[in-house]
Each structure stands twice: as structure tokens, then as C-alpha cells.
Design a protein around this ligand. Structure first.
Ligand SMILES: [Zn+2]
Length: 295
């Protein structure tokens, strides 16, 4: 079935404490408590999504699922998708193969134990990839990933085996069956909102963030028929007062347009059915990495 409407995936990365432990490597209880606020924020976000009848995708590290099993169960109960988001929010780029497998295994074990189902989608912590991540995600049976930035509002098939160096032409690897639902830092609440001393200024006015996201949405709506608008939000970030009000205004605006709200998994399956790999590869040689072979 080909759908010409734009699909909105309002995605939530429920990192909890794990991002401050696994990514920031913090030993500071005050810093860790920033993640604890995520558990305060999720119920109010669920309430807002429910008001707009939006089914969303929540990316959850295994470590966070163990810390807040009741909240994760509530997310599932309300019909949202749970996405693999690492074990303790570690970047795959920082691990060797056995370490990367360990993190995938532990994340899966936790999410399966808490939710009773195996996640079908993956979003890497901090959007980091190693050169073997695509192959591992295929081996582990994921249907899609949402961590890369090779397009704005259309999915694409990921390649494996690309090679690059300073003294040779870029070498494209082979196309795989793994679908990418692309993200961008520009549609992520963390860089514009959260202050991390010495690392990220953040603290933009919600009105400025609203202007940026609304503009990107307008562009997607006008130019990306059948495409997808992926917004990446963090409960510990978006869940505070004036940002919640901004999100409410945005959802009111998005809902008034002719768009579909859906989970990433539902959209990925729909897109794949409408875009078989062979036909997509022929129509998109630059993304597929096949156009340079004519040289
Ligand atoms: Zn995260």
C-alpha cells in the first residue's frame, strides 16, 4: 500500500540515569538525578500523547528498563513501541565486537524480561555506530534502525562495508536489507534544551525551538509525500514546564494537518512494502552507492 501522506514519528528516548552513567561516565549523584527526572516526565508525556491519540516509539536502554519496570510496562500498555537503545547508553563505536555483542544481548535480555516482547527496532545511544553495527543488527534480526543521517524525510537501505581514508576515493560497501529511519541533531531536543557544563550550552527559548521544528515540519509536509518526520525527544528534557507547553502547541499544529502519527516500526514495514530493495536501488544509485562504479 502506497501512502502519500507524511507520517510523524514522535519518538522518545527514555534514557533515565543510563546516559549520565554510560555516556557521560558521571560519578556525581546530582548529575545522575537529571536522568531520574525522566521517570517523573514519562507519565505526563504519556498523558499528552494519549490526548492526541498518538502511538509513539520509546527507545529504552536495558539499564533503564530494569530501573523503571512499571513505567516501561505503562508505555507498552498504552500501545507504544519499545526500541532497543543499548545496555547502559554506551556508544557502539567505543567497543570491540564482543563488547558490542554483549551490549546488544544485555539490552535485549532486559527489554524482553520487562516487556515480554523482543524489540524490532534499534536506535544507538548518542547515534554512534561502529563499522560492524549494521551487520550485527541484521544478524540480531532487527527490522530497522534509527540512528543515521543520510536523508532527511525518507528512509533508505543501509550499506555495510564502506571504506574511507584521506588518500583514496570513498569506497561504497554493499547494500543491505536494513532500513534506516533517519534522524538529525536539528530535530532532537537535547542539544537545544539541556545545559551540560563545559560541553553544551543548550537552554534555547522554547519559542526558538518551536520555530526550527515547525519550519522543518512545513518543509517535510510540502516536499516529502509518503515520507517521515522523525522528532527525537527525551523525557528528562522535553518533560519540563515550558517545553511541555511548546510540545503541546506543536502537536496541536501537526494534528491539524493531513498527516499520520505512527510508530517507527509500523512506518518502516509500510515503507519497505512500498519500496522493495531492488527497485529502490535502481532509483537511488547515489544512496545505494552504485553510481561511482560507472567511472
Ligand atoms: Zn539516548
Amino acid at each position: 500500500m502506497t501512502v502519500s501522506k507524511l507520517t510523524c514519528c514522535i519518538t522518545l528516548d527514555f534514557d533515565g540515569m543510563s546516559s549520565w552513567i554510560g555516556s557521560a561516565k558521571s560519578q556525581n549523584p546530582s548529575t545522575i538525578s537529571r536522568g531520574q527526572f525522566g521517570a517523573v516526565a514519562v507519565p505526563r508525556i504519556l498523558k499528552l500523547l494519549n490526548r492526541f491519540s498518538i502511538h509513539s516509539s520509546f527507545a529504552v536502554p536495558g539499564h533503564t528498563a530494569y530501573a523503571y519496570p512499571n513505567i516501561v510496562a505503562d508505555i507498552c500498555e498504552q500501545g507504544h513501541e519499545i526500541v532497543h537503545h543499548g545496555w547502559v547508553h554506551e556508544s557502539p563505536a567505543d567497543f570491540d565486537e564482543s563488547g558490542e555483542r554483549h551490549n546488544l544481548d544485555e539490552g535485549l535480555r532486559a527489554l524482553e524480561r520487562i516487556t515480554g516482547t523482543r524489540p524490532r527496532g534499534y536506535r544507538s545511544p548518542s547515534w554512534g555506530f561502529s563499522k560492524r553495527t549494521v551487520d550485527l543488527l541484521i544478524e540480531y534480526g532487527f527490522d530497522y534502525d534509527s540512528s543515521c543521517m543520510g536523508h532527511d524525510h525518507y528512509p533508505y537501505y543501509l550499506r555495510s562495508g564502506d571504506l574511507w581514508s584521506l588518500d583514496a576515493a570513498y569506497q561504497f560497501g554493499h547494500l543491505t536489507n536494513l532500513i534506516e529511519l533517519p534522524v538529525t541533531w536539528g530535530l532532537d531536543d537535547f542539544p537545544v534544551s539541556d545545559h551540560v557544563p563545559g560541553f553544551n550550552q543548550g537552554l534555547y527559548a522554547p519559542s526558538a525551538i518551536e520555530e526550527i521544528w515547525r519550519g522543518d515540519f512545513e518543509y517535510a509536509l510540502a516536499n516529502s509525500s509518503g515520507g517521515v518526520f522523525v522528532l527525537t525527544l527525551h523525557p528528562q528534557t522535553i518533560g519540563r514546564g515550558n517545553r511541555m507547553l511548546m510540545l503541546e502547541r506543536l502537536l496541536t499544529h501537526f494534528s491539524a494537518q493531513d498527516v499520520i502519527f505512527d510508530t517507527m516500526h509500523n512506518y518502516a514495514l509500510r515503507w519497505k512494502a512500498a519500496n522493495p530493495r531492488a527497485a529502490w536501488e535502481k532509483a537511488n544509485p547515489d544512496l545505494a552507492g552504485t553510481s561511482s562504479t560507472r567511472l
